[in-house]
Write a protein that binds this ligand. Sequence first.
Ligand code: HEC
Length: 292
Amino acid sequence: MKRTLIMFLFFGLAIPTFAQESETAPISQGDMLLIVLILVLIVALLILVIGMYVISIVRIILLEDKKQKAEAEGKVFDPSSEKSWWQKFQRSATDAVPIEKEETIMLDHDYDGIHELDNHLPPWWKWLFYGGIAWGIVYMLVYHVFDALPLQEEEYAIEMAAAKSAREELMASEGNNIDENTVEFSEEAEVLAKGKIIYDRDCAVCHAPEGQGLIGPNFTDNYWLHGGGIKDVFHTIKYGVPEKGMIPWQSKLSPSDIRDVASYVLTFVGTTPKNPPAPKGPEGEEYKPEAE
Ligand code: HEC
């Protein structure tokens, strides 16, 4: 008993220490909820243990009381005939026939000395069965007759819709609501660095690492098939030119990613790549910003 109590105390003390350790980093609401839940659980367990302890003491006192009363009336008191609530519960839950009375339910068969007892179905099992039926009826009424709660498929659709709107909100809040009409060229080192990462990963295979062009056209001169302004380039990357082998990237890159890589692409204009030295020749028309 003492040991369990000490263990619970130990856990109870350990949890606040956890909380203190992570104080440097702000605890998220989810973590906070978890800690509170664990504390509540510990307290509940403690109360349960103490409660059971108290009950067992009360039982001993009651037995002692009964014994004294029986002795006062001159009767013999047999404490083993007093069943604890747990024994009573077990008896009523299993409906088991005590071993000494097993002969009364013994069936006639005898298979190599193995006998069969005609026990009742255990009530706990029957409670589950009846409970299952009751639950089935409630379930059918709630989900199929009154349509009070959404079915799994509807739940899925609702969650997807919520996630979609959350995503839209997030994108809007992160400046990800950039499109081909609002995009602007950015010279910021951070933007260009991110653009380079995306370019090296997704684009260099076809446009070559220094923009000299390979399967796709080169970016080092001012000649463009689809326009050389930031808005044109953004548009080409976003929607692609699928029939010519340029994939649309809108499902793979976020709008701000496309802005970053488009800005990076434009930094190739006017450069002289070293490896391989000769850029792929001009394709398309020369881009003149004033014509925009
Ligand atoms: C599978 C090969 C391939 C990949 C990968 C690829 N492109 Fe292209 N890209 C092409 C081809 C081919 C064209 C030419 C389309 C045409 O002829 O109209 C092109 C055209 C372009 C153009 C228009 C050029 C112009 O002259 O107007 C831009 C801008 C561009 N790509 C950027 C990118 C970026 C940025 C990425 C990476 C996110 C990328 N591409 C990935 C093949 C590719």
